[in-house]
Design a protein around this ligand. Structure first.
Ligand code: HEM
Length: 284
């Protein structure tokens, strides 16, 4: 609501006239209008005129005021929340609710096979290998806080695949889906597209910590005799690790323009599609 303050005390004489001001405030902005009146003009004229002008000034300010800036879902809580909002909309509804059904959602009806699961692990390893190498070897300031976060999975996956080998399983070579995602990550790193890369960093790591872990539990129960794989084992408390990484990503994104943030959010679709292809090895 606009208010106008007629500041009669700010009438001050100059050599030939009496200048007075009114201040009109609209939300955070204040406009000052100066009235050059002759010394002879009585103050009540000034007040009358200022009152009349006040509405004109308010209207002009309202017209000039920028439209309220768009709020993005999740924005008040930080950029990671914005990313979460976007990716959750991409999940099929029954998958997004999976965690609320005490692991008895559709994933529990999947008939996992060792063969499919090994493909999933091998291609996931290639993706984590690539992502971790890019982040680790980079000197880009935006990635500094994303090194050695405790979410790294490549080494744990290597140990899991070793275990499968010891059990007598043949470990496949990386396949086209894993190679496609790995190559895509290398391309955006070469292009120095940091917002896009950080989008993938978030989605790959956080997807694994959420739906990925649920799937891991089911696989373990159904076909691995409850064997706990290293892939799902973190050095430290996972919620704390995720919170720290989330804070680091939020800090980086605070330096971005809205365009860079939107570019990062738009990249979610590619990340979801590419990683979804790898999850599909698990489908019967
Ligand atoms: C079978 C496949 C999948 C299932 C069953 C699944 C399931 C879930 C579930 C249940 C959640 C937790 C929702 C909540 O917090 O209430 C979740 C979160 C998430 N998923 Fe998926 N998801 C799958 C695939 C993917 C893919 C392909 C991506 C993207 C690459 C992805 C990215 C994420 C992310 C980033 C989160 C948010 C984690 C967080 O910020 O806490 N998910 N998913």
């Amino acid at each position: 609501m606009a208010t106008a303050r007629i500041n009669a005390s700010s009438c001050f004489p100059t050599s030939r006239r009496l200048d007075c001001e009114i201040h009109v405030s609209l939300r955070a902005k204040t406009v000052t209008v100066r009235y050059p009146l002759t010394k002879a003009a009585p103050r009540r004229h000034l007040v009358r005129r200022a009152n009349k002008d006040r509405n004109l000034v308010v209207n002009a300010m309202e017209a000039a005021e920028e439209k309220p800036t768009k709020r993005y879902p999740g924005e008040p809580k930080g950029f990671v929340e914005e990313m979460k909002f976007v990716v959750m909309k991409m999940h099929p509804r029954e998958h997004a609710n999976e965690g609320k059904k005490e692991f008895n959602g559709p994933v529990s009806t999947w008939n996992f096979t060792i063969e499919g699961y090994l493909k999933f692990l091998v291609d996931s390893k290639l993706v984590f290998d690539t992502l971790e190498e890019i982040i680790h070897e980079s000197t880009v300031p935006a990635y500094v806080g994303l090194k050695n976060t405790g979410l790294e999975r490549a080494e744990n996956l290597r140990r899991d695949l070793e275990w499968f080998k010891e059990q007598g399983h043949k470990i496949p070579e990386p396949m086209v889906r894993g190679k496609a995602y790995s190559q895509y990550l290398k391309n955006i790193a070469d292009q120095k597209d940091h917002p896009a890369l950080i989008c993938h960093f978030y989605n790959i790591n956080f997807a694994h910590s959420a739906g990925g872990r649920m799937i891991g539990t089911k696989v373990s129960q159904k076909i691995l005799n409850n064997k706990e794989l290293e892939f799902y084992n973190y050095n430290g408390q996972l919620p704390g690790l995720l919170q720290n990484v989330g804070q680091e990503v939020n800090k980086v994104a605070e330096l971005w323009t809205r365009e860079e943030k939107n570019h990062c959010l738009e990249e979610t679709e590619t990340s979801f599609k590419l990683y979804w292809e790898i999850f599909r090895y698990l489908l019967p």
